[in-house]
Design a protein around this ligand. Structure first.
Ligand SMILES: C[S@@+](CC[C@H](N)C(=O)[O-])C[C@H]1O[C@@H](n2cnc3c(N)ncnc32)[C@H](O)[C@@H]1O
Length: 261
């Protein structure tokens, strides 16, 4: 039977995991979807906003690639031609390390109408949920959002540049490179810079590790923290009202250590 619906693809950012952290526009788009293709990190409750749609999981997890990116691109186009409106629901914001640009380019090359509905990226919402203001007057004038792992599975060279700046560094997909990251920051005199690792931020399974660049590896190992997590390195971490007491105690320890030398 020939599909009567006009092919259309909407990339929708699902936010960081809290079901309420999706945009109203994203919810409205889901309501008109014929098909929803969704990723691993989205909150599955969001699928309830698309009661009449076919739902297909195309997620990728570390060490378990269910579909390659090329296969996902093809699935999007095939479903648009077969069923009409495809919502491609992606974690956080589709254009922040989400390969949203690649997907849109591919779809566009078939002459299919596209739309992008931005989402709330984990890079900003996960720290915010814990009271960390990534920029703050008098403390941090800028921020870097960096991938820990490039497409060649290497640590991004930008981490080294960020370590030399006074900016707040937010590193996604960096857990397997934490040792290298800490080493770089130490090389540039940042051993005592406050650091937070936040796993499953903005969800019921949120877990937090706090320390300095010097101690964070040990904290992560002790707490058994792992992906998906973001690493936040910068003076703003200790400014959070939720973390202040922890860092006051650390500061005290550093002062005492220096006195005893
Ligand atoms: C492929 S990137 C996608 C990022 C997404 N587009 C965004 O804007 O949040 C996946 C990485 O984002 C980070 N991430 C996504 N959701 C997270 C969450 N709820 N808590 C902590 N980190 C998260 C982790 O570093 C994870 O490995």
């Amino acid at each position: 039977m020939k599909n009567k619906n006009k092919p259309k693809v909407t990339l929708v950012g699902a936010g960081p995991g809290d079901v309420d952290l999706i945009t109203v526009k994203g919810v409205k788009s889901l309501a008109t979807a014929d098909v929803v293709l969704y990723d691993a990190l989205i909150n599955r409750e969001l699928l309830d906003y698309a009661p009449n749609a076919i739902k297909i999981f195309v997620g990728k997890r570390k060490d378990f690639h269910r579909y390659s990116q090329d296969e996902i691109n093809e699935i999007i186009v095939k479903n648009a031609f077969e069923h009409g409106h495809v919502v491609r629901l992606k974690g956080g914001d589709p254009f922040i390390f989400g390969r949203g640009g690649e997907e849109i380019d591919y779809v566009d090359s078939f002459g299919i109408e596209t739309q992008v509905i931005s989402g709330i990226s984990s890079s900003i919402s996960v720290p915010a949920n814990l009271g960390v203001s990534l920029t703050k007057r008098g403390v941090s004038e800028s921020l870097w959002i960096i991938t820990g792992t490039t497409s060649e599975r290497q640590l991004s060279a930008d981490v080294k540049l960020a370590a030399q700046s006074s900016a707040t560094a937010v590193i996604l997909m960096g857990m397997s490179k934490l040792k290298e990251i800490a080493h770089l920051f130490k090389e540039f005199g940042k051993s005592e810079t406050p650091t937070a690792v936040i796993q499953n931020g903005c969800t019921a399974n949120e877990r937090v590790g706090l320390g300095t660049v010097d101690t964070i590896e040990e904290v992560v190992a002790d707490k058994g923290l792992s992906s998906p997590a973001i690493i936040v390195i910068g003076e703003v971490v200790k400014e959070s009202v939720k973390f202040r007491a922890f860092f006051e105690e650390i500061n005290q320890q550093i002062v005492e250590k220096q006195r005893s030398l």
